[in-house]
Design a binder for this molecule. Sequence first.
Ligand code: GLP
Length: 258
Amino acid sequence: MAEVVIVETADAAGEIVADEIQRLLEAKPDAVLGLATGSTPLTTWKALARRALDLSAVRGFALDEYVGLEPGHPESYRSVITREVVVPLGLNPDLVRVPADRGPVETAGEDYERAILEAGGVDLQILGIGSTGHIGFNEPGSSLASLTRVKTLTERTRLDNARYFSSPEEVPMHCVTQGLGTILRAGHLVLLAFGEGKAEAIAGAVEGPVTASLPGSAIQLHPRVTVVVDEAAASSLRFADYYRHAWNNRLRVSGGQA
Ligand code: GLP
C-alpha cells in the first residue's frame, strides 16, 4: 500500500514533498530527481526554492516531452522544466535531461533509458496524474513494463493541455515519455494530485485493480510510494480514514510502509 497523505492545501503538500526531497539531498547531494511538469508539482518546486539549498549537483530526468514543437517553444517541456525547476532551484542545466533532447525521436527511448541507467537510476520520481489516469504521458493501454518511447496522446489529454496553447489544434499529437516500467525502477515514487477532477484517477491509482487501463495504478507494483493529495482529490478513496490514521500515527522507518 502506498503511504497516502491527505492535506488541506496544495501549499501544504508542497512543503511535505520538499521535506522528502531535502532529506534525500542531505544524504546524497548529487541525487537523481525525476521531474514532472504540469501545474500540480508547482507548489513543491516553490517550497524547495524558498529553502535556498545548494542543488547544483542534483541530476534530473524529465518524465516526458512533446514531439513536434519547434526548439525553444515556451510550452515544450524543456522550456517548462527550465523555467519552473532549473532556474528557480539553481540546478545545473547540463545535468538535467528531457527525452529526445540530444538526438532524433527514433532513438530517443533507448538513449534516455541508457542515460538513466548510467546516472545510477532515479532516486525520487515526482509524478502528477492526468484525468485519463496517465502518469508521464502513459495513456490508458500502456504496458505496465513499457520503457521510454513515442506515444500518441489521447484527445482528452490534448484538450486538458490546450490551456497552455493558443488553440487545441496546436497541442502536439505525439510525445516521448518514460514508460511505466521506467517509472517503476525509481527508488521512491511521489504522486501528487489536487482537486475533484483527479478524485477518480487517484482512487483508481491507489485502490483500483492494477490495470493498463488506468496507468497510474502501476504505482501499486512499487514498494515505496508516497501519494500526497488534497481533500478533494482524496474524496473517492475508500480507505481515507485509515490513511489519515496511519499518517497521524506514523513511525519513521526507512523504506516506508508499502
Ligand atoms: C501532463 C503531463 C503529466 C501531468 C499531467 C497533469 O499531461 N504530461 O506529467 O501529470 O499533465 O497535469 P496537471 O498537473 O497540470 O493537472
